[in-house]
Write a new protein. Structure first.
Length: 446
């Protein structure tokens, strides 16, 4: 069963105009403010924490909250029971909470079953998780699909434990319920879609989880007011099981998805990293790589591998959607990853805004990329008598203007798209696109 709430609206504008108008730093501040509100919430792959988070995002965009009942079969998986937690602690013999869920929701092994008993330190140790090499950090650990209980704490805390009896208490529930995810769709001129997906299942982790959620929300907010060629589908899903569930329930619409990105770790100061789709040469791969190449900044491009975020589900062999993963520092590549140090100090408004800006540039390429046919292909048409020189506002010089038009005319044979021409010529895509627009208006392209 799926329960749906929410709606969406669109109005008219163009993405090129938006790129001229927005202030990336101000956009980053808005995204950071949303992260601050989401940060205290204890999220997991199911439960009220996910719902609370989606309701906060729904204050900015009218996303639909969809719920799928536990025990629903989704390909080779089954939607798990719903987990919720109210309190947890380890109490020493003096009645002191030496580990306290109320101080950090990372202190509990995520998806712990309820427990309320007294144990010796020897019995307790197998249920304790620390990072010995980072003594002041709490690790993030989970037990989604194997019933267990445990606590995560700093190594410094553990070093203070004395032999004796400890009261372990986890006030949680694990019962049939629902898996909840958020979905927001913007209707474009066509039903062909661009998929933007992020995971929404981690508790208080800012770069890995919240940065993608917040940037996706801000991107959706900006795009919903534009006149768009493609339709855009945004997903806030619990990692792995969420994307698997969505794919299993939406196989009929998968042929509509022409491009896609998974967003994660987009709020730190690291250089951009792009992980290609399984196809490796999909239009989204070429668009991102061209944009990053023209950005003037350092970046990394990784080939697809079946490990990482939900791109591995979207790119599984029986699905094989053209979906890449857009990041700054990749998962597992920075010390704070999956620890309490992935906090509000790690993400930066400037980085969030910069990530959003680059995503808009990628979308501009997708929106404007076309294949044309030169309607006057036998030698160069006489551009001067058509008054085309000097018609491209924003070009740096006449030579660039002339060269862009000549490249577009020469390679507009129905096989090469504008992105191909931009990459081959070394001329920025937006200039190639503008040249095509003018040539089309002059009746030289069809």
């Amino acid at each position: 069963m799926i329960i749906i709430t929410g709606s969406c609206e669109t109005s008219d504008s163009f993405i090129a105009d938006l790129l001229k108008e927005i202030d990336p730093r101000a956009e980053g501040e808005i995204a950071y403010a949303l992260i601050e509100r989401l940060y205290p919430i204890c999220r997991s792959i199911t439960g009220n924490g996910v719902r609370r988070s989606l309701r906060l995002i729904r204050e900015t965009i009218p996303l639909a909250m969809r719920e799928v009942t536990s025990d629903t079969r989704v390909f080779d998986w089954t939607v798990p029971d719903e987990w919720n937690i109210r309190d947890a602690y380890i109490m020493n013999e003096a009645g002191e909470r030496v580990v306290d869920f109320r101080k950090s929701n990372l202190h509990v092994l995520n998806y712990s079953v309820p427990v309320n008993r007294k144990v010796s330190l020897e019995e307790l140790r197998p249920h304790l998780f620390t990072i010995p090499e980072a003594r002041d950090w709490i690790p993030y650990r989970t037990s989604y699909y194997q019933k267990d209980w445990g606590f995560c704490l700093t190594q410094c805390q553990l070093d203070e434990f004395q032999e004796g009896e400890y009261h372990v208490y986890i006030d949680s529930t694990l019962h049939p319920g629902h898996l909840t995810y958020g979905e927001f769709r913007i209707q474009g001129e066509t039903d062909e879609e661009v998929l933007i997906s992020c995971h929404s299942c981690h508790p208080s982790l800012c770069n890995d989880n919240l940065s993608g959620m917040a940037v996706a929300a801000r991107l959706a907010t900006l795009l919903q007011s534009l006149s768009l060629r493609y339709s855009y589908r945004f997903l806030w899903v619990p990692g792995t099981i969420g994307s698997i569930t969505w794919l299993a329930l939406n196989e009929a619409i998968l042929p509509r998805i022409k491009h896609g990105l998974v967003l994660s770790c987009v709020g730190d100061a690291g250089k951009f990293t792009y992980k290609r789709s399984r196809r490796g040469d999909a239009e989204i791969d070429r668009a991102v790589e061209h944009m990053l190449t023209r950005s003037g900044n350092e970046f990394n491009v990784l080939d697809f591998a079946p490990y990482g975020y939900d791109e591995r589900q979207y790119c599984s062999p029986g699905i094989n959607l053209p979906v890449g993963c857009f990041m700054r520092s990749p998962n597992g590549s920075y010390p704070e990853y999956h620890t309490s140090a992935d906090d509000l100090s790690l993400v930066r408004p400037s980085a969030l805004g910069d990530s959003l800006w680059h995503l808009l540039r990628i979308i501009q390429v997708l929106e404007e990329n076309r294949r044309y046919v030169n309607l006057n292909p036998k030698c160069e048409p006489q551009l001067g008598r058509r008054g085309l020189y000097g018609q491209l506002g924003g070009m740096k010089d006449k030579a660039t203007l002339e060269m862009a038009m000549l490249w577009v005319l020469n390679f507009s044979d129905g096989r090469h798209d504008l992105l191909d021409i931009a990459v081959r010529s070394g001329i920025p895509f937006e200039q190639i696109s503008k040249a095509a627009e003018v040539l089309l208006g002059a009746g030289l392209l069809g």
